[in-house]
Design a protein around this ligand. Structure first.
Ligand SMILES: O=C(O)CCC(=O)c1ccccc1C(=O)O
Ligand SMILES: [Mg+2]
Length: 364
């Protein structure tokens, strides 16, 4: 996680597996000046249509550079070291040329937050067209396995032939996960995202499910995006696939390298951004040679509104690969209050200083 470790790999010991460097480092491009970044920053507040991760209002800073717009939206509780990865990603989107893409649209899943079962049809109606793949949140704090089973059953009833998958956000213990996945596998699940927290629990769960012949794959998410080294989980053979978000991994270039080095299938997912941040994820997904599962990039539908009147939402399960420019009138209408704006600009400054220290190390 520390930036200096990402840097040291670049110049460091070629015998160690090491940590992949960020885009600016691998491209040898200097970090853009702080004043330039702050001068283009628009801090916005967007309401959520459905509470997700306990979030009811999403705050975000949009920045503009020579290659378009980027989004900086680390969740408020993240510390500066973690948030600095997100700044690196936003800066890469705006100040480095786009990487090569191999597809013009990407398949996406719809996302179902941990709502009560009776609300499932209503929430699924927020999505345009057919839903071919749906990710269902489970193991939410304060809820029970019966709540999860009822929600998954309601989704299966609403979408008899869709591909269903679940995300527990590491909310289960090992025995709870085994019990839950055994029960939920009746609904034919594609994979379970981060059922348990640790690498050792993930490995044991894999073995227990194999022995009981429960047919569900295990995906790592938090073990990729919150680990000091995003490749540890793959090296430990603790997941069948990985979930990858561009921002927490420091941008499209580093995320692509992590996926290639993991040797595992990857699902590209969002961090609940506006269309600007989604465009970064779509770009990453469009650059991958293999994309076996729907991406978790359909989350603009969970927001009240967007920075563009032509948002990056799926039509019949696909999002087109295209840049997004926020509209001036919408940025104005969504502008955060004075105190919120000041907080985000200070956060950008602190994160920029962390990145700058890393780059200074690289130059030394
Ligand atoms: O993957 C999706 O379908 C939507 C994105 C998503 O679930 C998510 C969004 C923000 C923060 C964490 C997560 C997560 O996958 O755990
Ligand atoms: Mg997840």
């Amino acid at each position: 996680m520390p930036f200096s470790r990402a840097i040291s790999t670049h110049h460091g010991d070629s015998n160690s597996p090491g940590i992949t460097p960020y885009g600016f480092v691998s491209e040898g491009t200097p970090l853009p000046p702080l004043e330039k970044i702050l001068n283009t920053a628009h801090v916005i507040s967007v309401g959520m249509r459905v509470t997700f991760r306990g979030v009811t209002t999403r705050h975000s800073a949009l920045i503009r550079g020579p290659y378009g717009w980027g989004e900086f939206a680390p969740f408020p509780e993240y510390d500066d070291a973690e948030a600095a990865h997100w700044l690196s990603s936003a800066l890469e989107a705006t100040y480095l040329p786009p990487t090569v893409t191999v597809r013009e649209q990407v398949p996406v899943n719809a996302t179902l937050p941990a709502v009560p079962a009776h609300r499932v049809p209503d929430v699924l109606n927020n999505y345009n067209g057919d839903i071919q793949e749906l990710k269902i949140k489970v193991a939410e704090r304060g809820q029970t396995l019966d709540d999860d089973i009822a929600r998954v059953a309601a989704a299966r009833t609403a979408l008899p032939s869709a591909r269903l998958k679940i995300d527990a956000n590491a909310g289960w213990t090992l025995p709870q996960a085994f019990t839950a996945l055994t029960a939920l596998s009746d609904y034919n699940l594609l994979y379970a995202e981060q059922p348990v927290g640790s690498i050792s629990d993930m490995k044991q769960l894999r073995t227990q499910l194999d022995n009981a012949q429960v047919p569900v794959l295990i995906a790592a998410d938090e073990l990729v995006r919150k680990a000091d080294d995003p490749l540890t989980v793959a090296r430990a053979h603790a997941a069948d696939l990985i979930v990858v978000k561009a921002a927490p991994l420091g941008g499209v270039r580093r995320a692509s390298a992590v996926i290639a080095q993991s040797g595992l299938p990857a699902v590209i997912s969002s961090a609940l951004e506006t269309s600007v941040g989604i465009a970064t994820g779509v770009h990453l997904a469009a650059s991958l040679p293999e994309l076996p599962y729907g991406c978790g990039l359909g989350t603009v539908s969970l927001l009240d509104t967007d920075v563009s009147s032509t948002p990056l939402v799926a039509e019949n399960g696909r999002i087109p690969v295209r840049p997004v420019a926020p509209e001036e009138a919408r940025l104005k209408a969504l502008a955060a209050d004075h105190a919120t704006r000041a907080w985000w600009l200070e956060r950008i400054e602190r994160c920029w200083r962390l990145l700058h220290r890393g780059y200074a190390t690289a130059d030394a």
